[in-house]
Design a protein around this ligand. Structure first.
Ligand code: AMP
Ligand code: MG
Length: 479
């Protein structure tokens, strides 16, 4: 019997918040990608690598696994769905790595569950590889994120608008707890269940806070803190998550759900990629506000635990939301300062940074490329752009940099401004090849994205924005 060393706290502690499930299993599982670095970091037994295709397709369920579909609710595009749950995913089990950190190992695309409703429980190979590529890129960019340990082609066909090869991915996360988990508990009016859930969440994410006099408040503050860090990271890299529903909004502060996400090329605060986001609810520049909205939904679930007096509970929760906004603003500014090589703080920094963004918007500059061009301009001693507006802004920037050695500032900038991000047109190119059976372009691109800040020979094309005639990039949910 294969054992992975699972220790399944979710299954033990949170009865009522899941349904046991058996993976469907597939005809001819074949390993597509295996994340060796993550495998080593997790300290998993060698059998995991040797039998990855069987284990991560769900064909071979380890003896100590307790596969379960998590139950959760969620606000989707603002509307409340009282019961969502893992409709095509399952938690296989939890492992503790050699540093003592606990991780969920989760399969996505593993077949139907009681939460599947009309869905088939499956995932096509393209979106599975897309999640691998983009989440790994995010990890190497330093963004808190779920990761992918392996992807397995199932050998079976998935039917969308056309027949597609099916695949399963093995996702690793600090946990899959989300605001939607709390919303489910709260909508059942289950205060004891909520108390257990809060204790469980604190145990997994911030055990030091569990013994305080108000665990629910401590949890709310901790999640607000983590989400302010996360969204500031997204914004500083031009990342658009695309489906910030509360069922995709994590307690751990990790990026979860790589369905419709994309990186912006030209700087456009209104950028939207998702095919279904007609109102632009999850547009690039709306993300901080939506994070706060999601935190408000989270806070609502906790009110009864925060204070017996509802008015006082609301007041305290409101304080946490305000702290989120303030912390986000600070982090945003700090990241923009870093992106411009600025040390210390000066009063004019907010207008200096915002004026650059306004310039980039007006001139439709490539977001990622501009910051690298600015560093390059410091080294070369020639302006990044030649127009009068830029030259006026540049004079202010240089004055703010002061006597600092420009090469030092440029080096600092290159450590935070990536040269390579998963450019949408490149992502589509390598996925199309992979689905046709050629994994080489995918592997080449993944290798480049593992070192996003370092110029690599032969990788020039990965630093280029989409060609002008590329058209609008469209992404999809629930693919
Ligand atoms: P997502 O857009 O991936 O966050 O999914 C939203 C909800 O739809 C979740 O409850 C998913 O489990 C469910 N879902 C998405 N795709 C499928 C599918 N192919 N089969 C069953 N459930 C699905
Ligand atoms: Mg989801």
């Amino acid at each position: 019997m294969v054992q992975l060393g699972f220790d399944n706290t979710y299954a033990r502690a949170l009865a009522g918040l899941y349904e046991p499930v058996q993976p469907a299993g597939f005809r001819a599982p074949e390993l597509l990608t295996f994340n060796s670095a993550l495998f080593v970091a997790l300290g998993l037994p060698a059998v995991v690598e040797a039998r990855a295709a069987e284990i991560f397709s769900g064909n071979l369920v380890p003896g100590d696994a307790q596969p379960l579909a998590m139950a959760y609710a969620g606000h989707q595009f603002g509307g409340f769905s009282p019961l969502l749950g893992d409709g095509r995913a399952l938690l296989l089990g939890e492992v503790v790595d050699p540093r003592g950190e606990r991780w969920d190992i989760h399969l996505k695309g593993s077949g139907r569950t009681v939460f599947s409703r009309g869905g088939d429980g499956l995932a096509p190979m393209g979106p599975v590889l897309r999640e691998y590529l983009v989440s790994e890129a995010m990890y190497h960019l330093g963004v808190p994120t779920t990761r992918v340990l392996a992807t397995v082609k199932t050998g079976e066909t998935v039917y969308r608008d056309r027949p597609l090869p099916g695949a399963v991915l093995a996702r690793v996360a600090r946990s899959h707890l989300r605001v939607g988990t709390f919303e489910l508990c709260a909508s059942r009016g289950d205060v004891d269940g909520l108390r257990r859930l809060v204790a469980y969440a604190l145990e997994r994410h911030g055990p030091a806070l569990a013994d305080g006099d108000n665990p629910a408040m401590a949890l709310l503050d901790a999640v607000a803190e983590r989400q302010s860090r996360l969204v500031a990271a997204w914004m500083s890299l031009g990342f658009v998550h695309g489906v910030m529903n509360t069922d995709n909004f994590t307690i751990s502060g990790e990026t979860l759900d790589y369905g419709p996400c994309a990186f912006i090329d030209r700087y456009d605060p209104d950028a939207v990629f998702s095919s279904i986001d007609h109102g632009g609810r999850y547009a690039y520049s709306n993300q901080p506000g939506i994070a706060q909205w999601n935190l408000a939904r989270f806070a609502e679930t906790l009110l009864a635990l925060i204070d017996d007096d509802t008015d006082r509970a609301i007041e305290r929760a409101q304080g946490a939301l305000e702290r989120f906004a303030a912390t986000y603003r600070e982090r945003r500014l700090a990241r923009l300062r870093d992106k411009l090589g600025l040390t210390g703080e000066a009063q004019g920094d907010p207008s200096l940074t915002d004026d650059l963004l306004a310039y980039m918007r007006a001139t439709r500059r490539d977001f990622t490329g501009t910051f690298r061009a600015l560093a390059e301009s410091l080294r070369a001693g020639t302006p990044a752009f030649d127009d009068a507006d830029f030259r006026a802004w540049e004079a202010r920037w240089k004055a703010r940099l002061g006597a600092d050695d420009p090469r030092d500032a440029a080096a600092r900038m290159d450590r935070v401004n990536p040269l390579y991000i998963p450019r949408n047109h490149q992502v589509e190119r390598v996925l199309a090849a992979a689905v046709e059976g050629d994994m080489a372009p995918f592997r080449e691109m993944m290798a480049v994205l593992e070192h996003p800040f370092d110029a690599q020979e032969g990788a020039e094309a990965y630093a280029e924005p989409a060609p002008d005639d590329a058209g609008r990039y469209v992404t999809f949910c629930g693919t």
